[in-house]
Ligand binder design. Structure first.
Ligand code: PLP
Length: 404
C-alpha cells in the first residue's frame, strides 16, 4: 500500500506516467467500449484480464480511466478495493445488495439522506422482504438493541444529512461484528480528507462522488471502497455483471481531476463554514446551529476524536415560520437555492420543502426537520462576501408584512 499522505495520493495515485498511459501525466479519457485482444485464447476467463497489468476487455467490466479513479479512491480511503458507479445512490444500493437476502435484517441511522431511507424502505423492505430498523444511532446502545441474529448490514451516515448528527463508528463496528453483520458508512459529507471510516472499523465506505470528491457540481457518480475481499468480489460482480452499473469514462476523468484539489478545497470549505456557523450562532434570528465544529454541538467531543476536521456543511433553525425561511432564502445572491452539497460554490436549501420532502411531515418533524431548518453547503468564495449575503437574508426577514 502507498503510504504517502492524502494530499499526495489525491494528486497522483492511480495515474502513473509511463506505465499504462505511455507517459501521460494525466489519465486520458478512454472512450473505447471494447479492446482488441492480441490473440484468440480459448481458455481466457474474465479473472485473467487484469487491469493492474494494463489489460482490458470491455468497458463495462473495466475501463482504464475508471480503473485509475477506482485505484485513487481506494488509496484515499485506505482500502484495498475501489469501485466507481453511476451515482451515489447506485453505490449504496449495490453495497446493500451485496449484503442482504430476503429474510435478512438491516439496522440504519434514522437521520439518513432521504433518498437512501426511501431506497431502504421501498426497495429492501417492500420489494425484497428485508426488514429495516431505523434507530437513533447517536447512542450506540440503540444500535445494540436493534441487532438481531438475522441482521447482515448496519448502515450509517456520519455526520447525517441534514441534522449533522454523528455516530461512534468504532463502537458500532464492534457491535455489528459481534452480531455477524457488516458496517457500511456513507462518508460523503466529510470526504476521506476529514474522516476515514475503514480505519475506524467499518467494512465498506460509500460516497456520492457528486459531492466533495468531484467538487465542482458537474458530474453525478458514486463509489464504494472496502478491504473485505469476499465483499469486494460480490460488489465487483454486481457492478460489472449483475447490474452493469458503472461510472462513464468522462465522469471518471472529472472525478480524478476533482480529487487532485480535494485537500485545499476541504480546508477552505471548513474555514468558511466555521466562520459562518459562528456568525449565525450570534444572530437573534437563528435559534440553533447544527455544526459539529461548534462547541455547542452535542457531539463536538466525538467529532474531535473521530474526524480530523468538521467539513463545510451545516444546518440551522431560523426563528419564525416557513414564510420567514422563504424570504431569507430568496434574498440570498451568493448562495444558490439548490439541492446537493460539496461543490466549490455555496448552496442553500430547505430540507422540509426540497431534499426531505418525501418524508411525511409528522415523521420529519419528529426527527427535527422543521419547516425553518436551513441546510448550507459552504463554498470556497471569500467568507466576507458570504457573510454579507446572509445579511441580505436577515434584512428580508425583517421586512415581513406586519399583517400576515
Ligand atoms: N449520500 C448522501 C449523504 C447524499 O447527500 C446523497 C445525495 O445528496 C447521496 C448519498 C446520493 O448521491 P447521488 O445523488 O450521487 O445518487
Amino acid at each position: 500500500m502507498d503510504d504517502s499522505r492524502i494530499e499526495t495520493l489525491a494528486v497522483g495515485h492511480g495515474e502513473d506516467p509511463g506505465e499504462t498511459h505511455r507517459g501521460d501525466v494525466v489519465s486520458p479519457i478512454h472512450l473505447a467500449s471494447t479492446f482488441a485482444l492480441p490473440e484468440l485464447d480459448a481458455d481466457l476467463s474474465l479473472e485473467d484480464v487484469d487491469p493492474a497489468d494494463g489489460q482490458f476487455l470491455y468497458s463495462r467490466l473495466n475501463n482504464p480511466t475508471r480503473h485509475a479513479l477506482e485505484q485513487r479512491l481506494a488509496a484515499l480511503e485506505g482500502g484495498d478495493h475501489g469501485f466507481a458507479f453511476a451515482s451515489g445512490t447506485s453505490a449504496i444500493a449495490t453495497a446493500a445488495m451485496a449484503c442482504v437476502e430476503p429474510g435478512d435484517h438491516v439496522v440504519a441511522f434514522d437521520d439518513l439522506y432521504a433518498g437512501t431511507r426511501r431506497m431502504f424502505e421501498t426497495l429492501l423492505r417492500d420489494r425484497f422482504d428485508v426488514d429495516v430498523s431505523f434507530v437513533d444511532a447517536t447512542d450506540p446502545e440503540n444500535v445494540a438493541d436493534a441487532l438481531r441474529p438475522e441482521t447482515t448490514l448496519v448502515w450509517m451516515e456520519t455526520p447525517t444529512n441534514p441534522l449533522l448528527k454523528l455516530c461512534d463508528v468504532e463502537a458500532i463496528a464492534d457491535l455489528a461484528h459481534d452480531a455477524g453483520a457488516r458496517l457500511g458508512v456513507d462518508n460523503t459529507f466529510l470526504s476521506p480528507y476529514f474522516q476515514r471510516p475503514l480505519e475506524l472499523g467499518a467494512d465498506v465506505v460509500a460516497h456520492s462522488t457528486t459531492k466533495y470528491l468531484n467538487g465542482h457540481s458537474d458530474s453525478v457518480g458514486g463509489a464504494l471502497v472496502t478491504s473485505d475481499d469476499a465483499f469486494a468480489e460480490e460488489v465487483g460482480f454486481l457492478q460489472q455483471v449483475g447490474l452493469g452499473n458503472v461510472l462513464a469514462p468522462f465522469d471518471a476523468y472529472l472525478v480524478l481531476r476533482g480529487t487532485k484539489t480535494l485537500a485545499p478545497r476541504m480546508r477552505d470549505h471548513e474555514a468558511n463554514a466555521l466562520a459562518i456557523a459562528e456568525h449565525l450562532e450570534s444572530r437573534d434570528e437563528v435559534e440553533a446551529v447544527h455544526y459539529p465544529g461548534l462547541e455547542s454541538h452535542p457531539q463536538h467531543d466525538l467529532a474531535r476524536i473521530q474526524q480530523s476536521g468538521y467539513g463545510g456543511i451545516f444546518s440551522f433553525e431560523l426563528a419564525g415560520d416557513l414564510q420567514d425561511a422563504k424570504r431569507f432564502l430568496e434574498a440570498l445572491e451568493e448562495f444558490s437555492l439548490a439541492v446537493s452539497v460539496g461543490g466549490v460554490e455555496s448552496l442553500v436549501e430547505l430540507p422540509a420543502a426540497m431534499t426531505h420532502e418525501p418524508i411525511p411531515k409528522a415523521e420529519r418533524e419528529a426527527q427535527g426537520i422543521t419547516d425553518t431548518l436551513v441546510r448550507m453547503s459552504v463554498g470556497i468564495e471569500h467568507v466576507d462576501d458570504l457573510v454579507r449575503d446572509l445579511e441580505r437574508g436577515f434584512d428580508a426577514m425583517q421586512r415581513a408584512p406586519a399583517n400576515r
